[in-house]
Design a protein around this ligand. Structure first.
Ligand code: NDP
Length: 297
């Protein structure tokens, strides 16, 4: 089995590492240095263009910021695009947290070349990728899903076929908007409680023993904010993008979403203030600044 992989970012890199342990992999990354380092570390092949990563591959993965970047890489310039290298009968699996309507457009474009397509965004973070415990939300045909399943098991633990092409991207965007809701809700809750004399640690101890808890309260804030470690694993700009996709989807299907609309606006402002490299959890720095308290402990 030969695998092509495009996009060795924060989560693409560890996913590709797990694939390279099992399959013959060729990698392409926009910054070639990262692909060369990956090839040297894992024994994978270095591809000089997206087309080269796809040539001879049975399955090709993309893991880029958003769908426009996937479309850009598929098209390429001067014949070096990914689509150029995809062989009839091969399968493109897009791990990007992308846009449902774009994934449908991409899939339709590949039909003429007899190339299958799945949108398969992931959840579980960079540590889950390294451990092979990601949740994978797959949109596409039964046939393509059945073909992909054993390969997705290289890095996924819970792999769900959630509907037709675009369904994976829809679920992922809506899921991530829930992370944003929890982050912003807890930012307001914990700064309020700090000012009311309840330490963040004590507040979280009680919340996490009660029904208002979430992954954000149980893991992200204790491990990243209270410790002041603020690791950078998933950029705030990417969460901002995900919430935007969810908001657009809600408008498209005619759902009014005033709560998400407000969170989306606050999140976008936070992303602009904190910059392109800030981690998503750093959104809480905005709450700290506004309230004049530090959520440590
Ligand atoms: P990063 O920002 O760390 O990496 C982005 C990757 O895309 C890099 O390889 C980058 O190349 C490449 N890239 C960016 N723009 C272009 C372009 N125009 N053309 C070609 N390549 C480009 O992102 P992540 O790895 O964190 O995220 C990838 C996807 O996975 C996103 O959709 C994200 O929402 C999703 N995701 C991320 C998670 C995480 O924990 N990080 C968790 C779950 C999903 P270069 O090296 O040159 O910059």
């Amino acid at each position: 089995m030969r695998v092509g992989f495009v996009g060795l970012g924060a989560i693409g890199y560890p996913i590709a590492q797990r694939l390279a342990e099992r399959y013959q992999v060729a990698v392409w990354n926009r910054t070639a240095e990262r692909a060369r380092a990956f090839a040297a570390e894992t024994g994978a092949g270095f591809a000089a263009s997206p087309r080269e990563a796809a040539v001879g591959a049975d399955v090709v993965f993309t893991c880029l910021p958003n769908s426009p970047e996937v479309e850009e890489v598929l098209a390429g310039t001067n014949g070096d695009g990914l689509a150029e290298g995809l062989a009839p009968g091969s399968l493109l699996i897009d791990l990007t947290s992308g846009i449902p309507s774009s994934s449908r457009k991409i899939a339709e474009g590949l039909v003429a070349k007899d190339v299958g397509y799945l949108d398969a965004p992931v959840s579980g973070g960079t540590s889950g990728a390294a451990a092979g415990t990601l949740t994978v939300m797959v949109g596409g045909s039964d046939e393509a899903f059945t073909r992909a399943l054993p390969i997705l098991q290289a890095f996924g633990k819970r792999i769900e076929h959630v509907g037709p092409v675009g369904a994976g991207h829809a679920l992922k965007a809506v899921h991530n908007s829930l992370i944003a809701l929890h982050l912003f809700g807890l930012g307001e809750a914990l700064t309020t409680l700090a000012k009311a004399g309840v330490t963040p640690r004590k507040a979280l101890d009680v919340i996490n023993a009660s029904n208002g808890r979430s992954f954000v309260s149980e893991r992200l804030i204790p491990e990243r904010v209270l410790t002041r470690e603020w690791p950078r694993t998933f950029r705030l700009a990417l969460l901002d993008k995900d919430v935007g996709i969810a908001r657009d989807l809600m408008a498209e299907v005619g759902i009014e979403a005033p709560v998400l609309g407000l969170v989306s606006q606050l999140l976008h402002e936070a992303a602009l203030t904190l910059g392109d490299e800030a981690d998503h959890v750093e959104a809480l720095r905005i709450h700290e600044r506004r309230a004049g308290v530090e959520l440590s402990g």
